[in-house]
Design a protein around this ligand. Structure first.
Ligand SMILES: Cc1ncc(COP(=O)(O)O)c(C=O)c1O
Length: 342
């Protein structure tokens, strides 16, 4: 009953095979090899645009460096208050931007609304006494597994651009969003200036990318990445993984499976009176309230998941599905809930 994180799932066997196959010869280091160039081209094709792609090893590095390319030290980034950049990156965005301010904003299920951006920007009218908002950052899917559809992304881009701000998207789980919406990847990033594209949660090992749709913004990025210790000498290894991940839509098949398992899990949990779903289940995450005694009992039965929020009598848990989640694990969890009076 592994529902702790999609990061806890192993790498997909096809990814490991791809690594074994490419591991036979010498190649130029630091991204000057053929595989890295191929991976960059594959990303270009995926987004059907004249993009510039840079491989990095973690989602945090991707986000922090992407934001650093968008804002000055006296700048600001409007973010959701629960965004990974705001709560789970140990100040990396502030560090890499040399001190830019993150402005946390509310919104249901991790989503920012255009009106919220407008209202926040209206508070910046005090000239040099205030930081300068220069970017909006959204996560798609959000940290609560919820989605912005293409039109919602474009509406946020419109507000941001009208006020002279850039739009960053944290796509640590973009595969789950594209699979869930059954749209083209490029449709979902229309209006986005810089994307952090994750693949580690979807079956690879430390293969992430920063993708610039506005290539003028990427001018200094090669040195920024090096300075951050992210110019990987053996870049061909993450590159080979990304190539295999994108080949024959493996990335979408794995994400679609994780999403389907989350839907099944939600349906099974929703049958129990003691459990209340806390957010719409749109991708691979299920958030649910349950009595604390049930959460403790499930833990004792060996179920692994995160406690997201705590109240005196009840807790909100996060159950994450991955490419490896099996129906049997979901049935085992449902049986455990039934056993403990769900
Ligand atoms: C939405 C989101 N963005 C970014 C990250 C950062 O990824 P990493 O842990 O590789 O730095 C995570 C990781 O959990 C995440 O959930």
């Amino acid at each position: 009953m592994h529902f702790l994180s999609d990061n806890a799932a192993p790498a997909h066997p096809r990814i490991l095979n791809a690594l074994v196959e490419m591991n036979a010869a010498h190649a130029p280091p630091y991204g000057a090899d053929g595989l890295t160039q191929e991976a960059e081209k594959a990303l270009e094709r995926l987004f059907d645009a004249d993009v510039r792609a840079f491989l990095v090893s973690t989602g945090t590095a991707a986000n922090a460096l992407a934001l650093a390319a968008l804002v000055k030290p006296h700048g600001a980034v409007l973010v959701h208050e629960e965004a990974h950049v705001n709560v789970d990156e140990c100040g990396a965005p502030e560090f890499f931007t040399a001190g830019a301010k993150l402005i946390p904003l509310p919104g249901s299920h991790g989503k920012l609304a255009p009106e919220t951006i407008e209202a926040a920007l209206a508070r910046f009218h005090h000239g040099e006494h205030q930081v300068l908002p220069q970017a909006v950052s959204i996560s798609n899917p959000t940290e609560m597994g919820c989605l912005y559809g293409p039109e919602e992304v474009q509406a946020l881009a419109e507000v941001a651009h009208r006020h002279g701000l850039k739009l960053h998207m944290d796509g640590a789980r973009l595969a789950n969003a594209v699979a869930a919406l059954d749209c083209e990847a490029d449709a979902l990033v229309r209006g986005v200036d810089v994307l952090s594209l994750g693949s580690s949660k979807g079956g690879t090992i430390h293969a992430e990318a920063v993708i610039f749709f506005d290539t003028a913004l990427a001018v200094d990025f090669p040195r920024m990445r090096k300075r951050a210790g992210q110019l990987m000498a053996k870049m061909r290894y993450p590159a080979a993984q990304l190539l295999e991940w994108l080949k024959d839509d493996l990335w979408l098949d794995l994400a679609a499976h994780a999403n389907a398992m989350a839907r099944l899990l939600a349906a099974r949990l929703d049958d129990f009176a003691a459990i209340e779903l806390a957010a719409p289940v749109q991708t691979n995450m299920v958030f649910a309230w349950m009595p604390r005694r049930l959460q403790v009992a499930l833990g004792e039965e060996g179920a692994l998941f995160h406690v997201w929020r705590e109240e005196e009598e009840r807790v909100m848990v996060r159950l994450a599905c991955s490419w490896m989640t099996a129906e049997e694990e979901i049935e085992a969890l449902a049986s455990a809930v039934a056993l403990h009076g769900g």
